[in-house]
Design a protein around this ligand. Structure first.
Ligand code: SF4
Ligand code: SF4
Length: 358
């Protein structure tokens, strides 16, 4: 085929963000002198050129219906300079180049029922995954539970009353786009998948399902004369990785799909290395739409962190200083056998010698 006959590629990636950026931000890109925090929910960036922009951060429920989105955009047109952006944590940011616009903008946002906050040492919105609305494998919802959990943490969103910023994440399955955060609430399956053998041969590509299992617990099998799969339940770690490529290996379960809370994860920051989160509570009821049991544990951890950590300690820094035994003591969370990593591959992630520490 001649090159001229070839269909050009369809560019469907992210559009160039610069076209949507506030002109003052675009003009001073990479040329900022400093930024500070005039009040909770507001950032002020000062450029070397002398230009200043104010950013007002607003919490949203992330999955926005078109009417809510229009309301927020209308506020941006009327009270800000017509530019908005969403952050990773589903907060919306308005940018203005005139300080006189900040207070009327905040009033308009609050009058419309939204909250301003989420900056500096506050609890910002939970980052979350797709939940029942978008994904095909979730064991729980995401947006709805984030909204209901943030309803309980609204004062901590609106004010600077934490020792440092707190990032909370959720994840609605155990394996994919889920969270690593100061506090992470992740789905935890507690039993192996249940196989519908009538469907496997029509729906699943068996070799890829077998290859997908991290502990080699799945084998091809003939069941009632039909090609199917079987699971060695002694090996299965109930991760759920086989369910996405093979929906007949159902693992979500109203009773046995639980939640687990992990603490102390930090991708990285300017002062220390990235840290892995550790399991602190497991087997928590997966109880949408409001997750009262998980919310109560998160609030308990935040209360102790607020009272006990030193200024500027993130949760992982605080736990590192006091030690995990004290963490369990102070929060009153029970330390159980489930907190001990006895998986056969765990040798690689434990401190297994006196010489190598990681
Ligand atoms: S965390 Fe899992 S279930 Fe949730 S959206 Fe991501 S892939 Fe889907
Ligand atoms: S749940 Fe995970 S460990 Fe168990 S069979 Fe499926 S992929 Fe393997």
């Amino acid at each position: 085929m001649a090159m001229s006959d070839m269909r050009p590629p369809i560019e469907s990636g992210c559009p160039d963000g610069f076209q949507y950026m506030h002109p003052v931000m675009r003009k001073n890109f990479g040329q900022w002198k400093y930024h500070d925090d005039p009040r909770p929910g507001v950032l002020r960036h000062v450029a070397h050129s002398g230009d200043v922009v104010w950013t007002v951060k607003v919490g949203t429920q992330r999955i926005l219906d078109i009417f809510t989105l229009r309301t927020l955009c209308d506020i941006g047109d009327k009270y800000a300079d017509g530019y908005i952006r969403f952050t990773l944590r589903s907060n919306l940011e308005y940018t203005v180049a005139d300080e006189a616009k900040v207070e009327p903008l905040i009033k308009a946002v609050e009058d419309a029922g939204f909250v301003v906050g989420g900056t500096k040492n506050s609890v910002t919105s939970l980052s979350h995954t797709q939940g029942w609305l978008h994904c095909d494998i979730p064991g729980t919802d995401a947006s709805g539970v984030v909204k209901s959990m943030m309803d309980e943490l609204i004062d901590d969103f609106k004010s600077w009353n934490m020792p440092n910023r707190v990032h909370i994440t959720t994840s609605c399955c155990q394996i994919n786009c889920g969270g690593q955060g100061d506090i992470a609430i992740n789905v935890q399956h507690t039993k192996p998948p249940k196989i519908n053998h009538d469907l496997v041969s029509n729906v699943c590509e068996r070799p890829s399902v077998v290859a997908r299992c991290p502990v080699a617990a799945i084998r091809p099998a003939l069941v009632d004369g039909k090609p199917s799969l079987e699971v060695d339940e002694k090996k299965c770690i109930c991760c759920g990785a086989c369910f996405p490529p093979c929906p007949p290996m159902q693992i979500n379960d109203a009773e046995h799909t639980k939640l687990a809370i992990w603490v102390g994860g930090n991708h990285s920051n300017a002062r220390g290395k990235p840290t892995f989160q550790k399991l602190v509570a497991s087997g928590i009821p997966n109880n949408p739409p409001r997750w009262p049991e998980a919310t109560a544990i998160v609030k308990r951890i935040l209360k102790v962190y607020k009272e006990d950590a030193k200024d500027w300690e993130r949760i992982n820094d605080w736990v590192e200083r006091i030690g995990w035994p004290r963490f369990f003591e102070k929060t009153g969370l029970p330390f159980t056998k489930y907190h001990v990593d006895n998986w056969v591959g765990a040798r690689a992630n434990l401190n297994a010698s006196t010489h190598i520490r990681f």
